[in-house]
Design a binder for this molecule. Sequence first.
Ligand code: MG
Length: 279
Amino acid sequence: MHDLKPLEPGAMFWAERDTLDEIRALGVRCGQMGIPGGMRLTPATAQAWKSDLEIVTVFAAYEGEDYADIPTVQRTVGFIPAATRETRERRTYEVSDFAAALGVHSIACHIGFVPEDTADPDYIAVRALVRRVCDYAAKHGQSFALETGQEAAPVLRRFIDDAGRPNLRINFDPANMILYGSGDPIEALRLLGPLVASVHCKDGDWPPPGVPGALGRERPLGEGSVGMARYVRTLAEIGFRGPLNVERETEDQQERLRDMARGIALLRSLLSKEAVSQC
Ligand code: MG
């Protein structure tokens, strides 16, 4: 595999949506692979994604998840909804096996809104589930990374400390902190820094005022409220050295690929202007 540079731009891409050619056309050598909930995971599928593109994380998404607004996310995303918990736990093991077949050492997902109350039955059940996933992933030599944003950083930090598994880490997404109104992403990054295994580079604006439950709007990289220069600078300052995976979630595929290419160019320009060491 490649000898990736520290903070090398990469892409967050999705199997069954993006092709290897499309990802290569972005000019990246690495990225994170999202697995849609309904995708069949077979040895042949794994084989099809073995290439010169270095996959650093495999993301699990789950059937029935819906990111329309905050109440819908609370009801449908991750391990918090009790009705789908068992099915999604099994699916996470399949994704861990699939990642192992690809030689990938990290899996990740959104686990849903972690309750602030540590006595909440959902908190207790999800903590136990997360421990089991960590132990399963550890057998493959993998970390299990939780995506940020749906709760404030101190709540996530406390949950991870409480779960007490050394391979439980964070996939830091600065835009999610803003989209969900969960707090300043740079402050959050400084708090969570030692736990960050991987990152997304995504941008967005805060939720509209006076609309309860509304999410903010995702934006092309550099056009939202994250402040990409300070984000990249802070990543370098906290000693993060992994790839900068550009994520864009807009529906239109051509617009999405164009924005990702522009995002990657923006990162390259920031890395040189900010004189962030890539040595
Ligand atoms: Mg993300």
